[in-house]
Design a protein around this ligand. Structure first.
Ligand code: HXC
Length: 270
């Protein structure tokens, strides 16, 4: 659904953003909206065809965009993509960690390697990207004027607030992501003025997450119990991202903003 943004078109003007998983799903919508509000966008992903299509789509909107192939599980890829983004745009202001791995499987059927794979992508990948980007985001970092600092946004989930069927690996991984958000907000907020926040999306339509994880039940049965009685749009997550990474969110640090219409706390009516 294309909705007009309530934000001014220049709220992230001149900023350079690197978005992992920025070529598809929620990551792509964040790329698009940050671009539409003035940012230059680098997207990182594993699939060249997805990156190419995403970069063309962004450029057709007049957005400065570039794609870099890479897997957040590999430290050398993280380092290379961050360096390439810096070389291409001259500085890096915002890192968005949107890359994630997922599949439904019962704990009984999940191999330790399957568990580890999702932890590697979501949790270790997020930490690796943050760590490799630090020297670019901090005050006086590469290509950065002495006054400005960068910020980080980690895309999480609400699965681990309770317990979610067949999502033991993703729940554990996103719990770690939220913890990483808080730890970095403390350490890098104190030492470098870098704000580190997250977003926990609820069920969002037209995403790989929804089609893989919440087949029909959310669309019909669970929907009765949702406070806002609807599935969110990728746009809702991108607007939250704009708030958190722009000056609108300048005093927000270490929080993971739930954007789910109140879904996670809802229960059936008695
Ligand atoms: C059980 C599985 C499995 C499945 C993989 N594994 N898929 N186990 N059921 N469906 C196990 C494998 O058996 C293997 O363990 C281990 O995981 C690694 O599998 P690979 O196929 O080698 O991994 P890889 O090729 O790296 O693929 C990574 C992936 C993949 C995560 C498994 O599915 C992927 O990248 N998907 C695309 C990402 C994606 O869908 N993103 C959207 C995220 S949405 P063994 O022991 O056999 O070696 C999201 C929303 C969350 O995150 C919140 C929703 C509400």
């Amino acid at each position: 659904m294309a909705m007009e943004s309530p934000f001014k078109a220049d709220i992230v003007k001149g900023k350079v953003v690197l978005i992992t998983g920025g070529g598809s799903g929620i990551g792509f919508e964040i790329s698009t909206q940050l671009g539409k509000h003035g940012a230059s966008v680098a997207i990182m992903g594993r699939r060249k065809s997805v990156l190419d299509a995403a970069v063309s789509a962004l450029q057709s909107l007049g957005i400065q965009a570039v794609g870099f192939e890479g897997d957040v599980r590999k430290q050398e890829d993280a380092k290379r993509v961050i360096e390439s983004t810096f070389k291409h745009f001259g500085h890096i202001d915002i890192l968005v960690n949107a890359a994630a791995g997922n599949f439904l499987v019962s704990a009984e059927d999940l191999s330790p390697n399957g568990f580890r794979t999702v932890m590697d992508i979501d949790s270790v990948g997020t930490f690796t990207m943050c760590r490799e980007a630090l020297n670019y985001l901090k005050k006086g970092g590469h290509g950065r004027s002495s006054s400005g600092v960068g910020s980080i946004l980690n895309i999480s989930a609400t699965l681990h607030y309770t317990a979610s069927w067949y999502q033991i690996h993703v729940s554990a991984a996103k719990a770690a992501v939220d913890s990483i958000t808080r730890s970095l907000a403390l350490e890098w907020g104190t030492d470098y003025d870098i704000r580190v926040n997250g977003i926990a999306p609820g069920p969002i339509g037209d995403t790989p997450g929804m089609s893989k994880l919440a087949p029909d039940e959310i669309r019909s049965k669970s929907r009765e119990n949702m406070p806002l009685y609807k599935i969110g749009d990728k746009w809702d997550i991108a607007m939250a991202a704009l708030y958190l990474v722009s000056d609108a969110g300048k005093y927000v640090n270490g929080t993971t903003l739930i954007v789910d219409g109140g879904y996670w706390l809802s229960r059936p009516r008695d």
